[in-house]
Design a protein around this ligand. Structure first.
Ligand SMILES: Cc1cc2nc3c(=O)[nH]c(=O)nc-3n(C[C@H](O)[C@H](O)[C@H](O)COP(=O)(O)O)c2cc1C
Length: 133
């Protein structure tokens, strides 16, 4: 079955463990209801999120996320159809941003907003590898 996949980058606006826990718990509840899976890579300086599922559900969820004032500079990097989910078991997987992705300086300069679709996809693929730290 063909599904929609979106990946965006943004900058957290107000970030601490309780804000993140709240975002994740609501995301997991809503995504389970909406047949959406995905992953949220984050740190105090970056959100990088992959959403996948039925097109209508993914787009309406993305519309809500776009209007959420807990992040800024939201930039859509990938919008495409895919055959298979990358995160079939995850209503929303939480991964820390890692040092091999981009340096804090690169993120500060906005490298994540200029990344190619292939580059951001490979970040999510690599983050699923348990041997990568
Ligand atoms: C970084 C970030 C990621 C989010 N991810 C999701 C998500 O995957 N699914 C979701 O339903 N809401 C997500 N949200 C929350 C939505 O913006 C919204 O608050 C939530 O869907 C509740 O909307 P509702 O009260 O209209 O149901 C995210 C918010 C932020 C800031």
């Amino acid at each position: 079955m063909s599904m929609q996949q979106l990946i965006y980058a943004s900058r957290p606006f107000g970030y601490d463990s309780s804000i993140l826990a709240n975002i994740l718990s609501v995301a997991r509840l809503r995504n389970a209801q909406n047949d959406i899976t995905g992953a949220l890579i984050c740190r105090q300086d970056i959100y990088l999120q992959l959403l996948e599922g039925p097109e209508g559900q993914v787009e309406s969820t993305f519309d809500k996320i776009s209007e959420d004032d807990r992040h800024i500079e939201l930039t859509l990097l990938v919008r495409c159809h895919v055959e298979d989910r990358l995160f079939p078991q995850w209503a929303m997987k939480h991964d820390p941003a890692r040092s091999w992705m981009w340096s804090p300086k690169e993120i500060q300069e906005g490298v994540q907003f200029r990344a190619s679709a292939q580059a951001v996809r490979s970040i999510f693929l690599r983050s699923t590898d348990p041997t990568e730290l």
